[in-house]
Design a protein around this ligand. Structure first.
Ligand SMILES: [Zn+2]
Length: 166
């Protein structure tokens, strides 16, 4: 079982929060992964049913992890849109906070990564390889800067769309 990191106490209490366990991302997985396996691209190790950053075991099979597959295919599992005049004025600082949140999340969950940061008409869009990071970053921004934060999961929770604006 994977436990979620503690959530900031300042999050809005009115929002119902369902417990989201980290599911094993099976993107592009052909059959059952043999263990231990190591991703030749990022070095993540598949062990006891999950991807971790343990050191590479001897005799590990090579298997590209779902996050590296998604990055290569540009096939995100979540997105966070950032916009508003306050954001534009402090863009770099805010994106740094987003990168720091990614670094913390990725330590525990190797498949949670920033895939791309794109400029679109609706704002700056952060694409992620997992469906937890957009919410984690959005909540951190809300905690640090207030503003408006919202997210929703698509049907089946296969994709999350989040927005933070100020
Ligand atoms: Zn990988």
């Amino acid at each position: 079982m994977t436990k979620r990191a503690p959530v900031p106490s300042s999050r809005p209490p009115q929002r119902h929060r369902t417990v989201q366990e980290y599911e094993h991302d099976t993107y592009k997985l052909k059959g059952k992964l043999k263990e231990p396996a190591v991703c030749p691209q990022c070095g993540a190790v598949f062990h006891k049913g999950r991807w971790t950053w343990v050191s590479k075991p001897a005799q590990a099979h090579g298997a590209v992890c779902p996050a590296c597959h998604r990055i290569a295919d540009k096939y995100p599992k979540g997105m966070l849109t950032l916009n508003g005049p306050y954001f534009v004025a402090r863009r770099e600082e805010i994106l740094n906070l987003a990168r720091n949140e990614e670094a913390k999340e990725k330590k525990e969950h190797p498949l949670a990564r920033l895939m791309a940061i794109e400029e679109r008409p609706e704002g700056t869009v952060i694409l992620t390889t997992d469906s937890h990071l957009p919410r984690r970053i959005g909540e951190a921004l809300h905690h640090a800067y207030d503003g408006e934060f919202a997210f929703h999961y698509d049907e089946g929770e296969q994709f999350v769309r989040a927005t933070w604006s100020r």
